[in-house]
Design a protein around this ligand. Sequence first.
Ligand code: FES
Length: 126
Amino acid sequence: MSPLPALYLDDLPGGPPPGTLLAVIADLPAHGGKDISFREDQFLVRVFVQKVGDVIGVYENRCPHAGTPLNLFDDRFMDLTGAHLICRTHGARFRIEDGYCTLGPCKGQSLRPVAHEIRDGGVYTV
Ligand code: FES
């Protein structure tokens, strides 16, 4: 369980309403990642879904170190070992289960989890 409270996306300017489909699990690519953005006027909300085995992580796409998106330019969020999420800016590593940073400049901090539910083969905002 993440040490940070879950982020409800409809609380954010530009965030989607509850019940918004973030990802169809069967449609995720083999590497399991999906970068998702919601934009409304000047507001931008960035999140991602990452599936590793039976674990599905849904987090705000914002590194606690310097605030950049973890992936920068594609849907890949895992390090080369496939064991940890990685921030491509300075290489911080995070656990997929709870977003906790185990290595790097933000060690001991965490990604912000996104409140969601999994039903009917999809990942939805709540
Ligand atoms: S911005 Fe992510 S490790 Fe520095």
